[in-house]
Design a protein around this ligand. Structure first.
Ligand SMILES: *Cc1c(COP(=O)(O)O)cnc(C)c1O
Length: 346
């Protein structure tokens, strides 16, 4: 069965990165490439970003960051923020990965491993601003800062930053979170921490709320051209990938195109969205196990291409527009694409 192809476009990714970089100036962009680069490929994304001048890449987990170190060389900073096992900490220290640290236990272990390896851990302490997901509470903060500064004096650590993550549920909540965050940053600086990198915002708040940006911003979705569900259109931000399927046959007033058996396209999209065809937009009638059925067009032929989502050039919707139809977010449409979907890069 002929599967679909995800075509990722370097020119578009670079243009999105340029738009985000210009928008956030003088803050610095950390491009987040988690979930295998939002489905497009973390290694490809990181290479393109670094070639475009991005100095920071964010990965969520350490193994991905270590793998990307080999892709991008020694220069760029790589930030991994999930609490990890000691073996992974060791790998991160050897590869010069910046670590997000949000618990006392993790801080203790990171510094113990740095001491054991004779390495210097680059640490970004995470502030719990009320999400209670991960992060140092106000009660834990002073001790963690003091501990980090002592390790810094011993050459075991570099206290590179402070960070947190916003809920982005309401402006009021985000304002409150920022106030707590900045209070923690001020206290740390009172203790003598320099904290050159202060980062709080992801795509939506970075774009729309400059007053929340720190010296660094962590942006994934918007770099890939994925706008927020139910959010505004973004000037200069365009989907960096399109998903195409090949027409396998014509069945009455429907065209049948192959999507392999990747199980990545929500079947609930059937009847709800337009896809791109050589004749312009047509209704996606249904999503089946390994095919999609699309309202036929005059002259439809086997081998034609249907664009399931993309930039709109053939009448197709963006990932976010598809997502909105079924009550989810554009990132989910991309991240559901499994390894069975062939990636093409241009
Ligand atoms: C996913 C994530 C980001 C990037 O979010 P986008 O909305 O895709 O820009 C930033 N920081 C953290 C901690 C994340 O988990």
């Amino acid at each position: 069965m002929i599967g679909p192809v995800l075509r990722a476009d370097e020119t578009v990714l670079r243009a999105n990165i340029a738009a985000v970089t210009a928008r956030v100036d003088p803050a610095v962009l950390m491009m987040v490439v988690k979930d295998d680069g939002y489905g497009l490929g973390a290694a490809w994304s990181a290479r393109v970003a670094v070639a475009a001048g991005v100095g920071w890449i964010g990965t969520y987990d350490i193994p991905t960051a270590v793998r990307l170190r080999a892709e991008v060389g020694a220069g760029p900073r790589l930030f991994a923020w999930v609490t990890s096992e000691d073996a992974e900490i060791d790998a991160a220290l050897r590869a010069g990965i910046d670590l997000g640290v949000g618990t006392r236990d993790y801080l203790t272990r990171v510094i113990a491993r740095a001491s054991a390896l004779g390495a210097r851990a680059r640490i970004h302490l995470k502030v719990d601003t009320g999400l209670h997901r991960n992060g140092l509470s106000a009660e834990e903060w002073d001790e963690a800062v003091g501990f980090s500064l002592r390790a810094q004096a011993l050459g075991q650590a570099e206290l590179a930053g402070a960070w947190s993550h916003l809920a982005e549920a309401s402006d009021e909540e985000d304002d409150l979170a920022q106030a707590r965050f900045l209070a923690a940053v001020r206290r740390a600086r009172d203790f003598g921490a320099e904290l050159p990198y202060v980062h709080l915002t992801a795509s939506a708040a970075t774009w729309a709320r400059p007053e929340l940006r720190g010296s660094l911003v962590r942006v994934g979705a918007f770099c890939y051209g994925v706008r927020s569900a139910d959010g505004p259109e973004l000037p200069g931000i365009v989907p960096a990938a399109e998903l195409t399927a090949t027409v396998l046959g014509i069945d009455g007033d429907e065209v049948v195109a192959g999507i392999g058996s990747f199980d990545g396209l929500p079947s609930t999209l059937g009847g709800r969205v337009q896809v791109g065809t050589p004749a312009g937009p047509r209704t996606l009638r249904s999503v089946q196990l390994d095919t999609v059925r699309v309202a036929a067009w005059d002259g439809a032929a086997v081998g034609d291409e249907v664009v399931l989502f993309g930039r709109g050039g053939s009448g197709e919707s963006s990932p976010t527009t598809l997502a909105e139809e079924i009550g989810t977010v554009g990132e989910e449409i991309l991240c559901r694409l499994t390894a069975h979907v062939r990636r093409e890069y241009r």
